[in-house]
Design a binder for this molecule. Structure first.
Ligand SMILES: Nc1ncnc2c1ncn2[C@@H]1O[C@H](COP(=O)(O)OP(=O)(O)O)[C@@H](O)[C@H]1O
Ligand SMILES: [Mg+2]
Length: 228
């Protein structure tokens, strides 16, 4: 029993989410259950609007579900107060947003270093330099987001998510704006990251990207159709 628990890194039970707007109420997620272990690289696919981004944000402790529980090795992020939850996120979770969410008045290097502002466990200078180099951003490090191509923004967002070496990475369509070679580079980074013991969850429209990883979750209208 103890062994089983210590190997389980993420457990979500009965996660449901409804959005209300002027045009009515939409049930975006319907009692989703998921158990993931360290080194799992899970890809999520499904039609636009089926709830992929919402699921990633809920599992990433960014948006509370209406129903259901989320637990990471015995810690329930939504039972923590806002400050402790932010601390939990900054230590354990990296998030690559679908629309990047780069800070417009910070350059590439400064954007990448952002998670280090909250997480003081070490000086992140060397780690940021290594990510800038390995993600091909060396000659863009002093540029601002509005001077970057979509692919460069995407890689900056990925480097920022990887900075503090979190145990879980959520990536929302991280290859959506990249050409084949750059997309491949991002997938290789995420694969190596998972192989080193992290959990990686990636939403993707791209068939090739969907087949990367060891678990594949097909969604439709707020429910998990298959997990293979
Ligand atoms: N903040 C919100 N308020 C109201 N509806 C929302 C909100 N965020 C997302 N939705 C709706 O919820 C559904 C699922 O969205 P999303 O999780 O972004 O899906 P996906 O990432 O699969 O495209 C969509 O119909 C979307 O329009
Ligand atoms: Mg989405």
């Amino acid at each position: 029993m103890n062994n089983t628990r210590s190997e389980m890194a993420l457990r979500a039970d009965g996660i449901s989410k409804t959005y209300s707007s002027e045009s009515g109420v939409i049930r975006v997620l319907n009692h989703i259950n998921l158990e993931l272990s360290k080194s799992d690289f899970v890809t999520i696919s499904g039609p636009s609007g089926c709830g992929k981004s919402t699921l990633l944000m809920i599992l990433g402790a960014l948006q509370e579900p209406d129903e259901g529980t989320l637990e990471y090795d015995g810690v329930s992020p939504y039972k923590l107060n806002a400050k402790d939850r932010a601390q939990f996120r900054s230590t354990n979770i990296g998030f690559v947003f679908q629309d990047f969410n780069l800070v417009p008045y910070l350059n590439v290097r400064e954007n990448i270093l952002c998670p280090g502002i909250v997480n003081h466990s070490k000086d992140w200078g060397a780690r940021s330099a290594e990510l800038i180099e390995s993600l091909g951003l060396s000659d863009r490090a002093d540029h601002y987001p509005d001077q970057l191509s979509s692919g460069e923004k995407q890689r900056t967002a990925l480097a920022r998510a990887l900075l503090v070496e979190p145990s879980i990475i959520f990536a929302d369509e991280p290859t959506g704006n990249l050409d084949q070679a750059n997309g491949q580079k991002v997938l290789e980074h995420l694969t190596v990251y998972a192989n080193n013991g992290a959990i990686v969850m990636m939403a993707t429209h791209d068939k090739e990207a969907f087949n990367v990883g060891n678990k594949h979750l097909q969604m439709a209208e707020g429910s998990v159709l298959t997990l293979t």
